[in-house]
Write a protein that binds this ligand. Structure first.
Ligand code: TYD
Ligand code: MG
Length: 453
């Protein structure tokens, strides 16, 4: 009989150590090891030496015909998930990890997808179509949410409350639902391991079991995964390579804008972004995000500037707001919301050195209106103009949008996909785009706007 053994698994990277140490030798994390039982194996039997089966190309081709997609009911999400020539959305039998901070709207979103699915498959199937594995909330709470989100009938939902993944999967195999929601990966456990639910070993095993089941039954499974403080999905990043698609919902909880991105997608590109708004009635698609991000009421106020960014392959118009005021502090403040602090510091230095705009005695506050976080250097020019506009206390005309990276020498640099960005912005109603195509330096831009003499 194999002797029972334990190992110490790092909860941050999943590395197993034979004995306890204070620091993980793989990722360097301190105090991250938890004792877990090693899965019992029965040793290598003669049967496992059987030659492996292979598939010929025609066989693979025959198999791939069953590889079809169905819509989630949200065009914005279907675009992120990818498409083939005639179908878009979720691939049958795929496993999708939906990650995001607690309270961002994961359960709400999946419930809505389930409701949409139910509408599209109701006529063809008699079986319950949506199976919900409830690990975090009880079925009553989920029913309340379903009722809030839809007033049609909800007979085709089936709830599973078992924490043990094997027994839920056995029941699912009998039920053959059209769609499975597992909420969340951290709240189930496998009977093959001893660790508590939520430990790295368990989370990985639970995801493994769900994936195996999805492939075998050709039924799509959505798994909820929490993003931890460090930004990792489900604690360690160990789940990312198991699942087919990793979607992340992001957005500030204080605002209602939610962006859905694919970090990994075995069935499509990862450069698309779905834009949603969290409302009373759940997540709603935002078909024209620029209209939501740019308010007309701030036109004509010094410090407000429009800039063009790319979210995925789609150009977006955003509003940058700068507030530059005389500082009371020996070390003036630089505060950014949605913009990196280091960019503000660099731009303030460039404005001082190359444009003669001194801000060393001023506090600079800079934000992207609407709660968006922008990491692209393409907003540099817009930020510089916004700071100059607030400092000079002169407004910038609303019909102009700015696109361009600002170099340390005060030059306006070209940005990726500049041409399509500018075209897209014009489609959004901007009549003039200032970029590296129109001006070479920040000084020239500020002079034309009459922000400096
Ligand atoms: P939830 O989906 O439970 O978040 P998660 O599963 O990611 O932890 O919901 C998050 C928030 O959304 C919650 O604070 C309430 C809010 N909400 C709405 O604004 N509108 C709605 O229709 C619903 C159902 C929830
Ligand atoms: Mg939830």
């Amino acid at each position: 009989m194999p002797k029972s053994e334990t190992e110490f698994v790092c909860q941050s990277c999943g590395w197993a150590h034979p004995r306890w140490v204070g620091q993980c030798s793989e990722c360097g994390e301190w105090n991250s090891l938890v004792e877990e039982q090693i899965e019992q194996t029965t040793g290598i039997s003669a049967a496992s030496n059987k030659p492996a089966k292979s598939l010929s190309l025609p066989e693979v081709e025959r198999l791939s015909r069953s590889f079809s997609r169905f819509s989630t009911g949200f065009g914005e999400l279907d675009r992120v998930l990818g498409s083939t020539s005639d179908e878009k959305g979720v691939v049958q039998g795929s496993v999708i990890l939906l990650a995001g901070e607690p309270g961002i709207g994961k359960s709400t979103f999946l419930t809505q997808i389930g409701l949409n699915m139910q509408l599209s498959t109701k006529k063809t199937q008699k079986q319950p179509v949506v199976a919900y594995l409830c690990g975090e909330e009880n079925p009553e709470q989920i029913l309340l949410r379903i009722k809030r989100l839809s007033n049609s009938e909800h007979k085709s939902w089936e709830f599973f409350t078992s924490q043990q993944i094997e027994s839920s999967l056995a029941a699912l195999t009998k039920l053959k639902p059209a769609f499975v929601i597992a909420d969340s990966a951290q709240s189930f456990r496998s009977r093959t391991l001893t660790g508590t639910a939520g430990s790295v070993g368990q989370v990985r095993m639970v995801t493994d079991k769900l994936t195996e089941w999805a492939k075998k039954n050709n039924i799509p499974v959505f798994i909820v995964g929490h993003v931890t403080k460090g930004g990792g999905i489900a604690g360690p990043k160990v789940l990312e390579h198991i699942v087919d698609v990793v979607l992340e919902i992001s957005g500030e909880r204080t605002t209602d804008l939610r962006l859905v991105r694919a970090h990994k997608n075995r069935f499509g590109a990862t450069d698309e972004v779905g834009v949603f708004q969290m409302t009373e009635a759940g997540m709603e698609e935002v078909l024209n995000p620029s209209a939501m991000l740019v308010q007309s009421s701030t036109a004509g106020i010094p410090g407000s500037v429009l800039a063009g960014i790319l979210e995925g392959s789609r150009p977006l118009l955003i509003e940058l707001q700068a507030l530059v005021v005389r500082s009371q502090l020996a070390m003036p403040r630089r505060v950014g919301r949605g913009v990196a602090l280091s960019r503000i510091q660099v731009l303030a230095a460039v404005l001082e050195k190359h444009c003669g705009l001194r801000s060393s005695e001023h506090d600079i506050f800079l934000s992207v209106a609407g709660g968006l976080v922008v990491r692209e250097p393409a907003i540099d020019l817009g930020c510089a103009v916004a700071i100059a506009s607030s400092l000079a206390n002169k407004p910038v005309p609303r019909e102009i949008a700015f696109v361009g990276e600002v170099g340390l020498l005060g030059e306006v640099r070209s940005v990726a996909f500049g041409e399509s960005r500018i075209k897209g912005l014009k489609r959004l109603g901007v009549s003039k785009v200032i970029s590296h195509q129109t001006h070479n330096t920040v000084v020239a831009v500020l002079k034309e706007l009459k922000l400096i003499a």
